[in-house]
Design a protein around this ligand. Structure first.
Ligand code: RNT
Ligand code: ZN
Length: 411
């Protein structure tokens, strides 16, 4: 069936062998926090806060680094192609009881060993939530100097952890900063908190570090901070545009529902040479449902491919669902991102772009729709086979067996 698919695609000038070689090399950075409901491994880890929520109590949450690593390795065996692992600062592996303003690269050495063993790159995020130093939902924009100092120090150290990852593993490590700062009700002064945030960012990014790709992640609102977000889209876009080496991270759950996040990719590419992403799915107030193979994700993947930006867009995932098996969430969510990329690569974008230039919008419309009739699934199945993964739904039984043998034994 693959050879028939290969011929069907060859007929429109697409070489599926080339596509298979390309898709295998595109890394997707998988968020570690789906595996344990964003709890982390600090001593006395606290409830999730900061306007984000994990809901559900499906059994089997990973309770420590060993369990999370085992679950991640198992999930990875059902995900084809290049992978990275996206960590949060709260996922320390060492035995040291260390607060956020004192973290050292050594506190994450377990991950470096794990990454080496599994051929993964590592990405990092400072954890500016679920901590008593988040005072009145504010961190880097707080009016309290000691609060700002604490989080600035955490972010400075987080960047050094990312630099350590890049050094140890080669390549790069993205270090993405998201803070929950905002107000439940309309503030009187929207400028002062932003000026304070800007000052902290300048301090955080002042150290030049090799291998680190810095980003700032904006948001529209959070639970409990519905009226005002300090780190808004315009704030961070302006900051990134005026600070070389700092990029704006797009989380597609952080915009208004009818706003196309996909179209932000070409827009930003006119100015930036990198765009880090948090790919997710927004549902009403939640920005973190598991990624489905829906129109939005296909549109995002299509822009990455059509803009020839596979090496510029750093694809990371950001979802956390505690109401279903967490390994299933990882496998389906990640493979959906990869499927969307593959589908985009299997479309005749060049021809459609030519239609647009010729202003033949009728052909563009009809030809574009005809792409949906081509057998992309056969190419996906071939991708799986070449990666030693059996196509079909059998993987689900393997997860259910793992659930019975491993996950349900966790109390
Ligand atoms: C929150 C942001 C942030 C977090 C993760 C845990 O709205 O999307 O990226 O989801 O860092
Ligand atoms: Zn995010």
């Amino acid at each position: 069936m693959y050879s028939e698919a290969r011929e069907a695609y060859a007929a429109i000038g697409i070489d599926t062998e080339k596509v298979l070689a390309t898709i295998a090399e595109v890394p997707v950075s998988i968020n570690c926090w789906q595996g344990d409901d964003v709890v982390g491994f600090e001593k006395g880890a606290r409830a999730l806060s900061g306007g984000i929520q994990t809901t559900g109590n499906y059994p089997g949450r990973a309770r420590n680094a060993q369990e999370l690593m085992a679950d991640f390795a198992f999930a990875s065996s059902m995900i084809p192609g290049a992978k990275r692992l996206n960590l949060h600062a709260s996922y320390i592996t060492g035995a040291r009881d260390v607060d956020r303003d004192a973290i050292e690269p050594e506190d994450y050495d377990g991950w470096v060993d794990f990454a080496r063993e599994h051929g993964l790159g590592l990405d990092f995020n400072p954890t500016c939530f679920s901590h008593p130093m988040v005072v009145n939902n504010l961190t880097l924009s707080s009016p309290h100097e000691e609060v700002r100092r604490f989080w600035t120090e955490h972010c400075i150290r987080s960047r050094r952890v990312a630099a350590h990852f890049a050094r140890e593993l080669g390549g790069w490590s993205t270090c993405n900063l998201w803070i929950p700062d905002g107000f439940k009700d309309t503030p009187a002064d929207c400028l002062t908190p932003r000026l304070r945030l800007k000052e902290c960012l300048d301090r955080i990014f002042s150290e030049k570090l090799d291998g680190v790709i810095d980003s700032v992640e904006s948001k529209v609102f959070g639970i409990g901070v519905e009226s005002f977000t300090v780190g808004s889209g315009e704030f961070y876009l302006g900051y990134a545009a005026s600070h070389k080496g700092v990029y704006q991270l797009l989380d597609n759950g952080h915009y208004h529902p009818t706003e196309s996040v996909a179209d932000k990719i070409p827009a930003l590419l006119t100015v930036f040479d990198r765009i880090p992403l948090h790919v997710t799915r927004a549902v009403r107030w939640d920005s973190d449902h598991v990624v489905r193979l829906d129109d939005e994700i296909r549109a995002i993947a299509r822009q990455i491919v059509r803009c020839d930006a596979l090496d510029k867009v750093l694809i990371g995932l950001d979802f956390f669902d505690a109401s279903i098996n967490r390994i299933v969430a990882w496998v389906v969510g990640t493979n959906n991102m990869k499927k969307a990329l593959l589908m985009a690569m299997l479309e005749d974008g060049a021809k459609m772009a030519a239609d647009q230039e010729k202003e033949d919008f009728t052909h563009l419309f009809a030809y574009g729709e005809s792409m949906n009739e081509l057998p992309w699934q056969e190419v996906w199945n071939e991708f799986l086979r070449r990666e030693g993964i059996e196509p079909g739904f059998a993987w689900y039984d393997a997860v259910k067996k793992y659930e019975e043998d491993v996950l349900l034994k966790r109390s």
